[in-house]
Each structure stands twice: as structure tokens, then as C-alpha cells.
Design a protein around this ligand. Structure first.
Ligand code: HEC
Ligand code: HEC
Ligand code: HEC
Ligand code: HEC
Ligand code: HEC
Ligand code: HEC
Length: 453
């Protein structure tokens, strides 16, 4: 589906370019190599068919020829170093710069004339039908479509699940109906009334019970499949890591760039939930960061891929990087929830992140001297700052909560606990002597009512 749409789009672009350039078909370079160079150097700001940071470049050779009577040697100068071209007083270069709100294009002094010929060939005659594998791995510069697609996929899983439940329900209903029917036909009055047809009833019963068993087997298979899917969906599995609509890497943000967890998950401190940040939080930084220039690149990904993912933020919030303005056209992003306790469980982040911070870090580092943590979050969520894709690091079951409450000593020095548990602490001291350790269990951390509504 995706690749079909891509081919279709590419086909259209190719036809458009062919039609509009019938006067002169620029054919001096190698479009394949041009495509590679374009993706490595230009996609952060340019697409063939629409304006991103810079103008659309499909058919650019003809366009500058027609509009300003400029040739490829001018384009080469521009692409290699547009700034010196402008500074040399070239009025066309200055005009383009003004037209695009004085957003500077990068200089590419390392590109040779041959490289640029290849790129221009690609912008003039993009290969119409790239092999499917290519399309699948190619960075998606059409970010709106990509975003829609990702969200559709997530919807699809929901639709599949709902339809499975529906099918299960329908089969159950059918089974009950069949049994009713069989029972009805077994009732004695009925049998008496229709004595003459008794034989055929027996036949019928045998036939129906056969069907009933068949239905049961099918139902069983569906139910097993449905339950398995449901478990995956709710995400009670350790290691659960769904695909997200934007490829957001914690390794790049929290790891490489050392951004504090609570800058994004700011409500962890205050409340019950710690929530995923809104896209406005992303824009605080990404208004300025339109492309990825980090040293770290995950195997299998490249700069162009990351740039495309950042573009998705812009599509989602309706930010036009060219004019540096919001367009008002937004496209909500729905992150898939990874951690999700059942409704009957009460878990409060603040209790753990604020009151429990010292206790949890100290206890964790005592138990894991070879893998100490610096941030309290990691005790439960694992080394998130090394994960490109978040995954559940623990199984988040009741046993897991209780195990930690049994073995973690409460920090009696923090203001909150000192006041609150003063009496309890004094009592324990009297009972067991002054070095007494107070675990979470001792302050009521194993009471059913503390964790269950
Ligand atoms: C950092 C963003 C950025 C990158 C990367 C970039 N460009 Fe540009 N480009 C622009 C902007 C912005 C303009 C519009 C002119 C201006 O504001 O300076 C532009 C203009 C152009 C123009 C002139 C278009 C016209 O209408 O006359 C050409 C040609 C061009 N770029 C080619 C390239 C090629 C080829 C590459 C890759 C080798 C590339 N650009 C990489 C931002 C970029
Ligand atoms: C720049 C913003 C940002 C920073 C910094 C950040 N996160 Fe996140 N976090 C996100 C976004 C966006 C998501 C949702 C997408 C995803 O799951 O990757 C998320 C998801 C999560 C989740 C899974 C939420 C769920 O659905 O259950 C956990 C747990 C988490 N982050 C913990 C952390 C920890 C721990 C740190 C610090 C080491 C951290 N985050 C730093 C933005 C951030
Ligand atoms: C505190 C600043 C900051 C915030 C907030 C922030 N980012 Fe980033 N983001 C960065 C930096 C720095 C980079 C790396 C840029 C580089 O190295 O060139 C980056 C890179 C990225 C990339 C490319 C690498 C990757 O992770 O795939 C994406 C996509 C991205 N950010 C998405 C987001 C989203 C979505 C949000 C909001 C949930 C967000 N960012 C919030 C600073 C931030
Ligand atoms: C004591 C273990 C523990 C610690 C410490 C902890 N979390 Fe969580 N976290 C959880 C549990 C349990 C959930 C699931 C809560 C739910 O579904 O109601 C969760 C869920 C989340 C979520 C998903 C959204 C939500 O609120 O349900 C995010 C994001 C998150 N944690 C981030 C953080 C960050 C950031 C920190 C550190 C500041 C942190 N957590 C510290 C156990 C912990
Ligand atoms: C890494 C260890 C750890 C894990 C895992 C953990 N907790 Fe806790 N929990 C603590 C600590 C430490 C405190 C005490 C905080 C304080 O000093 O008040 C606490 C306190 C609590 C309290 C308040 C108890 C009271 O008497 O005031 C509740 C409720 C609670 N946790 C629920 C949970 C639930 C539910 C889970 C599992 C989803 C969980 N905790 C997992 C360490 C943990
Ligand atoms: C420290 C927090 C905590 C305490 C204390 C606690 N529970 Fe739970 N309980 C949980 C969590 C978390 C789950 C959800 C586990 C899951 O989703 O896998 C749960 C699940 C359950 C379930 C559902 C079955 C299951 O295993 O998923 C029952 C029943 C239950 N608890 C009963 C109790 C009773 C009875 C007590 C008191 C003796 C108690 N709980 C004390 C945290 C706690």
C-alpha cells in the first residue's frame, strides 16, 4: 500500500516533469547517484514536489531557465556556496534569498560539478519506479502521509481486535442458539407431537451437535488468538515496545543530549501520572532544530530518516519552517501507551519520585553495585537513556511492587516521612532498638487498600 502510493506519486512527478520540460530534457548526469546525494544532503530542506524549508526542486533546471534565464553553471555556484554568490552581488541569488525570508541554505563546497549534475538530473528525471525494497527503506519526506499511515496502522490493530471480539461474540451467540434449538427439539411434548418425525430429530441432533463442536473449536481458536492479542495490546509483557507515530529516540534525547527526564515528563513530580509530553514541549527545541546533525546514528537509520521524523512534528503542529509560522493545520499524534496499570490499581509517581527518591536510589544501588543508577526513574523503567525505542524493563506485576516494598528501607530523613512516621519510628525503636530499619512494608506498603481502590 505504502509503496504503491509512492510509486504512484513518483510516476505523477515523472509525468509532470516530462510534460513541463518537453522543451529541453536535461540529461547529463546519473539520476540514481543524484538521488543518493539528494537524500544525503538536501532532503532536510527540500522535496521535489513541495516546499519544505527551501523551494520544491522538481524541474528546477527548467524553472530557473524560464524565470530568470539562468543556466546550470549558476545553479552549481549557488549550490556550492550560495553565500559568496550573494556577496559577489549576484542579484538573482539575492532575490531568491529575500523571497525565502532570508533563511540561509547550507553551503556544499565538497560537491563536485559531476555530483551536482547528478543531483540536477535526479530533480529533472527522478527514477519513476524504484525497486520496492528501496521504497520501503527510503526516508519518507512526505511526512503528512507517513503520519497518517502510522496512525492508520495503529487504528487497524484496534479494528482487528474489535472485530475479533465481535466474531467471538457472534459465534458464542450462534452456539447458544444452536443448543437452544437442539434442546427445544428434544422436549418431550414436541417429540410426542411429532412422533412420526422422531427419526429425523435424532438425525438433526447428531448433525447439530457435530456443528456445535466445530463451532466450539473455532471459537476456542479465536478466543486464544484474541486473548493473546489483548495481552499484547494492554502491554503487560516485559519488553513490550510498540511502534510510535514519530520515531522518538530516548537514547538521542536523554542519552546523547543529556536532556533531563523531567523536562519532558514534568508531571511525574506532582501527580499520579507522569504523562507523555505534548508536542508544544517538542517545539520549544525543535523550532530551532529542524534537522539531525548528531554523531550517533542508529544502525539501519540515517540522517535523512531522522530529518523526516522531525518534519513529522512540524506537520503535526502545523509549523511552516519556511515562514517560521504556524499554519493552523494540525494533525494530532497519538502515542501508544506502553505502561498501563489496570484501573483497580493505584500507583502514584510523586510518592516514588519525590518521597521515595533517595530510598529507591540507595536501595537499588546496593542491590546492583555493577549497574548503579543516577536517576530514580531507572529503578523501575530501566536504562531508558540507552533505548531508541522504549520498552518495558520490568514486568510491573503486583509481585514486583511488593518485592520492592519488602526490601526497600524508607528514607526517614526526608521532611515528609520524618513528620508523618515519627510515632511509628519511635515505637519501632523502642521495640527493636535504635538501629531499626524501616521498610516500605513496615509503613503499610503491603496493605491491599494502599494499592487498590
Ligand atoms: C538547511 C536547509 C537547506 C539545505 C540542506 C539545502 N537547501 Fe537549497 N535552499 C534552501 C533555502 C532556504 C533556499 C531558498 C533560498 C534562500 O533562502 O537562501 C534554497 C534554495 C535552493 C535552490 C534555488 C531554488 C530556486 O528557486 O532558485 C537550489 C537550486 C537549491 N536550494 C538546491 C539545493 C541542493 C541541491 C541541496 C543539497 C545538495 C540543497 N539545496 C540543500 C535550504 C536548503
Ligand atoms: C525530549 C523529551 C523526553 C525526554 C527528555 C524523556 N522522554 Fe520519556 N517519553 C517521551 C515521549 C515523546 C514518549 C512517548 C513515545 C515513546 O514511547 O517513545 C516517552 C515515553 C516514555 C515512557 C513510556 C511511556 C508509556 O507509554 O508508558 C517512559 C517510561 C519514559 N518515557 C521515561 C523516561 C525517562 C526515565 C527519561 C529520562 C531518562 C525520559 N523518559 C526522558 C519524551 C521524553
Ligand atoms: C530540550 C530540547 C528538546 C526537546 C524538548 C525535544 N527534542 Fe527532539 N531533539 C533534540 C536534540 C538536541 C536532537 C538531536 C539534534 C542533533 O543532534 O542534531 C533531537 C532530535 C530529535 C529527532 C531525531 C532523532 C530521533 O530521536 O529520532 C526527533 C524525531 C525528535 N528530536 C523528536 C522530538 C519530539 C517528538 C519531541 C517532543 C516529544 C522532542 N523531540 C523534544 C532536542 C529536543
Ligand atoms: C517505583 C517505580 C517507578 C518509578 C521510580 C518511576 N515510574 Fe514511571 N511508571 C511506573 C508505573 C508502575 C507506571 C504505570 C502507571 C499506570 O499505568 O498507572 C509508570 C508509567 C510511566 C509513564 C507512562 C505514563 C503514565 O504516567 O502512566 C511515564 C511517561 C513514566 N512512568 C515516566 C517516569 C519518569 C520520567 C520517572 C522518573 C522521574 C518515573 N516514571 C519513575 C513506575 C515507576
Ligand atoms: C523500586 C522500588 C519500588 C517499586 C518497584 C514500587 N514501589 Fe511503591 N514505594 C516505594 C518506596 C520507597 C515507597 C515509600 C515512599 C515514602 O518514603 O513515602 C513506596 C510507597 C508506596 C505507596 C505508599 C505507601 C504508604 O504506606 O504510604 C504506595 C501506595 C505504593 N508505593 C504503590 C506501589 C505500586 C502500586 C507499585 C507497583 C506498580 C509500587 N509501589 C512499586 C518503592 C517502590
Ligand atoms: C504494592 C502495591 C500492591 C499491594 C500492597 C497489593 N496489590 Fe494487588 N495488585 C497490585 C498490582 C500492581 C496489580 C496488577 C498486576 C498486573 O496487572 O499484572 C495487582 C493485582 C491484584 C489482583 C488481580 C489479579 C492479578 O494478580 O493480576 C488481585 C485480586 C489483587 N491484586 C489483590 C490484592 C490483595 C488481596 C492485596 C492485599 C493482601 C493486594 N492485592 C495488595 C499491587 C498491589
Amino acid at each position: 500500500m505504502i509503496s504503491w502510493r509512492k510509486h504512484y506519486k513518483r510516476g505523477l512527478i515523472a509525468i509532470y516533469v516530462l510534460l513541463s520540460t518537453s522543451a529541453s530534457i536535461y540529461a547529463q548526469g546519473d539520476a540514481k547517484n543524484g538521488e543518493k546525494l539528494f537524500k544525503a544532503n538536501c532532503v532536510a530542506c527540500h522535496a521535489l514536489d513541495k516546499q519544505l524549508v527551501g523551494p520544491a526542486l522538481g524541474g528546477i533546471v527548467d524553472k530557473v531557465k524560464k524565470e530568470s534565464n539562468l543556466d546550470t553553471s549558476w545553479l552549481k555556484k549557488w549550490i556550492k556556496d550560495n553565500k559568496s554568490l550573494r556577496e559577489s552581488g549576484d542579484k538573482d541569488a539575492i532575490a531568491i534569498f529575500e523571497k525565502f525570508n532570508k533563511v540561509e541554505m547550507l553551503a556544499f563546497p565538497n560537491l563536485t560539478d559531476k555530483d551536482i549534475d547528478d543531483i540536477l538530473e535526479y530533480t529533472t528525471n527522478p527514477p519513476a519506479a524504484a525497486p520496492a525494497a528501496d521504497a520501503a527503506t527510503a526516508p519518507d519526506t512526505n511526512s503528512v502521509a507517513a503520519l497518517e499511515m502510522a496512525q492508520k496502522q495503529s487504528m487497524n490493530s484496534k479494528v482487528i481486535l474489535i472485530s475479533l471480539i465481535a466474531i467471538g461474540g457472534l459465534l458464542l451467540w450462534l452456539l447458544l442458539k444452536l443448543r437452544q434449538l437442539v434442546k427445544l427439539q428434544q422436549t418431550e411434548e414436541l417429540a410426542g407431537l411429532n412422533a412420526s418425525r422422531a427419526v429425523s430429530f435424532g438425525d438433526l441432533y447428531r448433525k447439530y451437535s457435530y456443528v456445535g463442536k466445530g463451532v466450539l473449536v473455532v471459537l476456542g481458536i479465536f478466543a486464544a488468538y484474541g486473548i493473546w492479542n489483548w495481552l499484547m495490546w494492554v502491554g503487560v509483557y516485559k519488553g513490550y515496545k510498540p511502534e510510535q507515530p514519530i520515531y522518538f529516540s530516548h537514547k538521542i534525547h536523554a542519552g546523547e543530549n543529556k536532556i533531563d527526564c523531567q523536562l519532558c515528563h514534568s508531571s511525574a513530580k506532582y501527580g499520579k501520572v507522569s504523562e507523555v509530553p505534548s508536542l508544544n514541549v517538542c517545539m520549544n527545541c525543535h523550532k530551532m532544530i529542524a534537522e539531525y546533525n548528531g554523531k550517533y546514528i542508529e544502525p539501519g537509520k540515517d540522517k535523512a530518516f531522522y530529518d523526516g521524523e522531525i518534519q513529522k512534528i512540524y506537520s503535526a503542529v502545523g509549523w511552516d519552517p519556511a515562514s517560521q509560522q504556524y499554519t493552523g493545520k494540525t494533525q494530532p499524534v497519538e502515542w501508544t501507551r506502553i505502561h498501563n496499570m489496570p484501573d483497580f490499581v493505584y500507583f502514584n509517581h510523586a510518592q516514588h519520585v519525590v518521597a521515595g527518591e533517595n530510598a529507591i536510589i540507595t536501595s537499588y544501588n546496593k542491590k546492583n553495585p555493577e549497574a548503579k543508577i543516577d536517576v530514580v526513574c531507572k529503578a523501575c523503567h530501566g536504562q531508558i537513556d540507552t533505548m531508541n525505542v522504549v520498552q518495558m524493563a520490568n514486568d510491573f506485576t503486583m509481585g514486583w511492587c511488593i518485592e520492592c516494598h519488602r526490601t526497600t528501607e524508607v528514607d526517614m530523613t526526608n521532611g515528609y516521612n520524618k513528620e508523618y512516621f515519627k510515632n511509628l519510628h519511635d515505637k519501632l525503636k523502642k521495640q527493636y532498638g535504635s538501629g531499626t530499619k524501616v521498610t516500605v512494608a513496615a509503613i503499610g506498603g503491603l496493605e491491599c487498600g494502599k494499592c487498590h481502590y
